[in-house]
Design a protein around this ligand. Structure first.
Ligand SMILES: Cc1ncc(COP(=O)(O)O)c(C=O)c1O
Length: 310
């Protein structure tokens, strides 16, 4: 560890970019690394957004989306999401209208979106990207999972203005590792150049990330378990009076509850040693965002909430 990794003598940036290039069948030079997905989003904003310029973000979003433009003196423009009976979805026409009207410098799309859990379908991505041609479009796929692997190459080939950001924090449950990676389109060379680490990345976290990629069976089992547990949440909490459990493509679910029970339910759970994220944002203030745990933990959470309702 007292020397740089020197993988560049083989013509690659790191062992993890080399590995990801093979996994996704894309050129290694087009894979960027960051200190988590957070850092890659920051890099994109620092590279493409200037003071007074507009960043287009979803109205329901991870709180940091609302902060990031301000780091470079930029401003936020929000686009709508459609709130359905038990699912949120992207409003592609609405997004196009906001784009045409506001002409933002950078567009963020989170798929699956935090905290609403919905993802953008490949057809919707195509419809949108055919219109959003002259702007860097950042797909934050922090909550990605393996079945999305084939899309990457096709999208990069068809749309040179996209950046697809992913991380080992969520699906691989390695948030403390702080490794995010991104696939950068040919049209975003400025970012590729800015992001380059000439002396290599972090060999220790790279080794752990490679070990995670080497364990697809383990992670597939976890994903299966999560799929089953999400069904339990939909069924058992979705049937409680006044509650809606939104369909989620991620490792968390969003539950809407009657506002009046927010505080007593929080106390009830706390007394049982269960700490849940009761949201307190303008659009989401009667909601709990529950990150899935083990099968046993999920049962415990569901039982505690059911018990509250009697
Ligand atoms: C939508 C979204 N993107 C990115 C991140 C950050 O991921 P990382 O841990 O890789 O920085 C989060 C974390 O909550 C998130 O919700």
């Amino acid at each position: 560890m007292s020397f740089y990794t020197r993988v560049h003598t083989r013509g690659v940036k790191s062992i993890i970019t080399e590995r990801l290039a093979k996994e996704f069948a894309v050129p290694e030079s087009g894979i960027l690394l960051g200190y988590g997905a957070e850092d890659l989003l920051k890099q994109a904003v620092a590279c493409f957004l200037g003071a007074g310029e507009k960043l287009m973000i979803p109205s329901y979003s991870w709180w940091y989306y609302k902060e990031i433009a301000s780091e470079v003196g930029g401003v936020n423009i929000e686009y709508p999401l459609i709130k359905g009976k038990d699912t949120f979805s992207y409003d592609i026409d609405g997004m196009m209208k906001v784009y045409e009207r506001e002409r933002p410098r950078v567009v963020f799309i989170s798929s699956p979106n935090n905290p609403t859990g919905n993802a953008m379908s490949p057809e919707e991505m195509d419809d949108l990207l055919r219109v959003l041609k002259d702007v860097p479009v950042v797909f934050d796929e922090a909550y990605w999972y393996n079945s999305q692997r084939l899309q990457v190459r096709r999208l990069l080939e068809e749309y040179p203005n996209i950046l697809i950001v992913r991380t080992f924090s969520k699906y691989y449950a390695l948030a403390g590792l702080r490794i995010g990676f991104a696939f950068v389109g040919e049209g975003l060379k400025k970012l590729e150049k800015m992001s380059h680490r000439y002396l290599g990345f972090n060999r220790l976290s790279e080794e752990v990330a490679v070990a995670a990629l080497d364990s697809p069976d383990y992670y597939a089992r976890v994903a299966d378990q999560m799929r089953c547990d999400k069904e339990l949440y939909y069924r058992d909490l979705g049937s409680l009076p006044g509650c809606t459990v939104y369909r989620s493509e991620a490792n968390f679910i969003l539950v809407e509850i009657p506002n009046a029970i927010k505080s007593p339910l929080k106390d009830h759970c706390m007394k049982r040693g269960i700490v849940l994220k009761f949201m307190d944002e303008p659009l989401l203030n009667s909601h709990i965002r529950i990150t899935l745990g083990t099968g046993e933990q999920n049962r415990l959470v569901i039982n505690a909430i059911q018990e509250f309702f009697g």
